[in-house]
Design a protein around this ligand. Sequence first.
Ligand SMILES: [Zn+2]
Length: 82
Amino acid sequence: MERTYHPCHFCGGQVVEQRVTMDYRWGDELLAVIRNVPAGVCQTCGEQYLKSEVVRELERAAHAHEAPSEVLQVPVRELKVA
Ligand SMILES: [Zn+2]
């Protein structure tokens, strides 16, 4: 199924579907990193747009019970800017 996207809400740029990697968060908590997400990406400013069916699938994937394809361990650092 081909998804079409409106021009970018912010800059009017052309929005083209690409496969991206997204952080799935609940508040500050990083729940999952989801790869291969079809998103409309503005070719000018980089803003990303998701179709509602993709958001539903993202939520399903983030809470899935099957073993993840990979588990990442990432450093968490504090920014020391006043
Ligand atoms: Zn844009």
